[in-house]
Write a protein that binds this ligand. Structure first.
Ligand SMILES: Nc1ncnc2c1ncn2[C@@H]1O[C@H](COP(=O)(O)OP(=O)(O)OP(=O)(O)O)[C@@H](O)[C@H]1O
Length: 348
């Protein structure tokens, strides 16, 4: 049981009508681990994040399995309902979140740090009060003790106790995001999902706020799924990275290993865009654009943009395979050159 991952995702699919935006994703998150979900806009990162919390957007059909390891008698309250395809409740020792009512776990075992703090905070209550209510929703504490705990949690993220009576609109964007981080971590959840937690902030505040998130996550002992298109943030804060493209797995493994020597051309392309060229300029992102949702090409979805694509890549979708200490979904992982930038420089 100790070796059981905290979260086990199998063949996750998120569809809008006939259009599948997440197309059969499988991965695991271990207790206390930080996993970065990376990839370009539209890859399906946010939809995956929402599915992990049992809160998909309206109109989405989620199938597959998202199992959260049971701890201390916690219960997802599965009704085995709407998800379709999930075998809710059949696995001893874990709770199925697809097709289940997961609200009972929110803030207690799983928590969200969204892109936009305003969407997570009520505009009509002071932040300290909201935090105290979050504490009391999980812990049996008097109002006074909950308020004291809330003030302490705000102080830990750099919001002085004197500001705990402020309404969200009276705080700066950075402060609001810190308040949301305090809210997400105050009850020591086992899993935090942070969906691009700094995109709404000025660039100079981003690393500061990510640092606060990392600190608070560590103090709470939570695992973190960090959704980001910022590979530098993934490098700085994650233990493992999972790169997605067009709703599918591309490459996943320890950050150091994947970044040092990517084995999927798409990962190499993303990393090349971080690498200064000889002339000192950074390469733009991988040339071309991802396919539209609902219209992925046959075979590997990246093949139309891939300098290494061959006939097989255009007909046969690659399944994840273990290579060089990571999982890679590519037919030609050993053809990617040691210097990731070379692959795209040579073909420009
Ligand atoms: N509510 C929705 N209704 C219909 N289609 C949606 C909806 N939400 C997302 N999609 C589709 O699913 C695709 C993946 O969305 P998702 O938000 O997961 O992407 P992402 O990788 O998080 O990118 P971004 O960084 O832009 O948020 C989108 O390109 C969009 O076409």
């Amino acid at each position: 049981m100790a070796d059981e991952p905290l979260l086990r995702v199998r063949d996750l699919r998120v569809a809008f009508g006939a259009h599948e935006a997440v197309r059969g994703l499988s991965f695991e998150v271990r207790a206390g681990e930080v996993l970065a979900l990376a990839g370009e806009s539209g890859a399906g990162k946010s939809l995956t994040a929402r599915a992990l919390l049992g809160m998909p957007p309206r109109g989405a059909t989620v199938t597959g399995s998202v199992r959260l390891r049971t701890s201390g008698g916690a219960d997802a309250g599965s009704d085995g309902g709407a998800g379709g395809g999930a075998d809710a409740g059949s696995d001893a020792g874990s709770d199925e979140l697809v097709g289940a009512r997961a609200e009972g776990l929110w803030g207690r075992r799983v928590a969200l740090v969204p892109q936009d703090a305003l969407s997570a905070l009520s505009p009509v209550h002071p932040v300290g009060e909201q935090l105290a209510a979050a504490v009391r929703s999980v812990q049996r504490l008097s109002r006074k003790d909950a308020r004291a705990k809330a003030a302490l949690a705000l102080e830990r993220v750099g919001i002085p106790a004197a500001r705990s009576g402020a309404y969200p609109h009276e705080l700066s964007g950075g402060m609001r995001q810190r308040a949301v981080i305090a809210m997400a971590t105050v009850n020591d959840p086992e899993l935090i999902v942070a969906d691009e937690p700094t995109t709404a902030l000025d660039p100079d505040l981003r690393s500061q706020v990510l640092h606060v998130l990392a600190e608070q996550r560590e103090a709470a002992g939570s695992a973190l799924v960090l959704v980001t298109h910022d590979l530098e943030a993934a490098r700085a804060h994650a233990d493992r990275v999972l790169v997605m493209y067009a709703g599918r797995h591309v490459e996943s493994g320890p950050v150091g290993r994947v970044f040092a020597r990517p084995r999927a051309p798409y990962t190499a392309g993303l990393l090349a865009s971080l690498t200064p060229t000889e002339r000192g300029a950074r390469l733009p992102a991988v040339p071309g654009a991802p396919p539209a949702v609902g219209a992925p090409p046959a075979g590997c979805a990246f093949a139309p943009r891939c300098p290494l694509a061959q006939d097989r890549c255009r007909t046969e979708s690659p399944e994840p395979q273990t290579t060089d200490g990571r999982q890679v979904s590519c037919h030609r992982p050993h053809e990617v050159p040691g210097n990731a930038a070379d692959l795209f420089l040579e073909h420009r």
